[in-house]
Ligand binder design. Structure first.
Ligand code: PMP
Length: 396
């Protein structure tokens, strides 16, 4: 007898339940923002990736509406068939100019971008060396390729050097790293990684999902922050869903990169293009960040304040250097309990345990945004103080 569908579903769900890994996403009953509503409670929201507060910004929504009215609800086809609208091309040009790169292509999401670009670029005989903490979409993207895969220790240029010295090839060599790591909030030591990569003739591939709109002049990203945006041996990918507040992914770099991807990247070739409203919102987001430096200034002011106050209270923010602010609780049960208690106190912040983060390093990940007021952050800090004391994570 083959396995029945209900047998498979029961067994899988029971397994997840037994390991405490069954997820029930919390439902927001109000739009994304510094304050929102979760399960009937008004809360300060420290759970989103809405770094600049663009997800519900009036100017961005207005441009989305204009493009919707002018260009319609949908793109109508995959881009290579009949789905490339003039606005798609114009936005990619705007993005390449913003990024200071030779070309840029937009895909459906950050996740599919890693699948599309890694799948398009890597061939059998190539070598790819990836940071051990890289995002799941990189790991899945690499699974699609027949390149030889090696791992180097997290953010460790010396270990990268060792791996590249031990593994030679005449094929393409690719070093892959997140620009900002999503669980710890640390910045990759990109200058040193690129130097090591170049010593071995390797290209560097940076997933800047959490650096775009956060680092570099006007949020141009981690590669810009380190001064490599003009380098032809650096590929930038990222998402348009976090700081840019909407949805989508991009790849930017060498002037021929776009041309290769639009011939070979499978999500581009076989999945329908973004609807016009998305393109309008994204083009407004890029205009806004360049016109109004205040968004990034507030993001960083808030980040510095929140981290310093958490440290003053005695919490361990795990060396984070960015608005991603983890608070270490150790055991997963403690992090989940703290997250529940914070919600009772009007603070929405998500607990993360193994396998998302290493065992014994369970944490709550807080993301500060430009939209938070001092009052929002102070409310969260006093809730943290009470919950931290009650769970004896900090002294009284
Ligand atoms: N890369 C990294 C480093 C991410 O954190 C994420 C978002 N979770 C993605 C890629 C995927 O981006 P998207 O949500 O646009 O698919």
């Amino acid at each position: 007898m083959p396995t029945s569908l209900s047998g498979r579903l029961d067994a899988e769900l029971a397994g997840l339940r037994a390991q405490g890994l069954l997820i029930h996403p919390r439902v927001l009953q109000a739009p994304q923002g510094a304050r929102t509503r979760v399960e009937g409670r008004d809360v300060v929201n420290l759970a989103s990736n809405n770094y600049l507060g663009f997800a519900n910004h009036p100017e961005i929504k207005a441009r989305a509406g204009e493009y919707l009215r002018e260009w319609g609800a949908g793109a109508g086809a995959v881009r290579t068939i009949a789905g490339t609208l003039q606005i798609h091309e114009d936005f990619e040009q705007q993005l390449a100019e913003f990024k200071h790169t030779g070309s840029a292509l937009v895909l459906q999401s950050g996740f599919t971008t890693n699948q599309g670009v890694l799948g398009a670029l890597l061939q059998p005989g190539d070598l790819v060396v990836s940071d051990e903490l890289n995002h799941a979409s990189i790991i899945d993207g690499l699974r699609l390729t027949k390149a030889t895969k090696k791992i180097y220790k997290h953010a460790d240029p010396e270990d990268l050097d060792r791996v590249l010295a031990e593994n030679d090839t005449d094929g393409l060599k690719l070093v892959v790293t997140d620009g900002v790591f999503s669980m710890d909030g640390d910045i990759a030591p990109l200058g040193r990684l690129i130097k090591v990569a170049r010593k071995y003739g390797a290209v560097t591939y940076v997933d800047d999902a959490h650096g775009s709109g956060v680092l570099g002049e006007a949020g141009r990203g981690t590669v810009h922050h380190f001064g490599y945006e003009h380098a032809d041996d650096v590929i930038q990918v990222g998402t348009l869903s976090k700081a840019w507040g909407v949805v989508g992914g991009y790849a930017a770099g060498h002037h021929d990169l776009r041309e290769l991807l639009l011939n070979r990247a499978r999500p581009y070739l076989f999945s329908t293009a973004h609807p016009p409203a998305v393109v309008g919102a994204l083009s407004a987001a890029l205009d806004l960040v360049q016109r109004e430096p205040a968004f990034m200034e507030r993001l960083w002011d808030n980040t510095r304040y929140f981290k310093a106050e958490l440290a003053r209270l005695g919490f361990d923010t795990m060396g984070s250097q960015t608005p991603i602010t983890p608070v270490l609780f150790g055991e997963a049960s403690a992090a989940f309990e703290a997250s529940r208690r914070l919600l009772d106190e009007g603070v929405f912040a998500v607990g993360l345990g193994f396998p998302t983060v290493p065992r014994g390093q369970a944490r709550i990940r807080n993301i500060v945004t430009a939209e938070h007021t001092r009052e929002d952050l102070d409310l969260a800090l006093s809730a943290y103080e009470r919950v931290g004391r009650a769970l004896t994570v900090i002294g009284s």
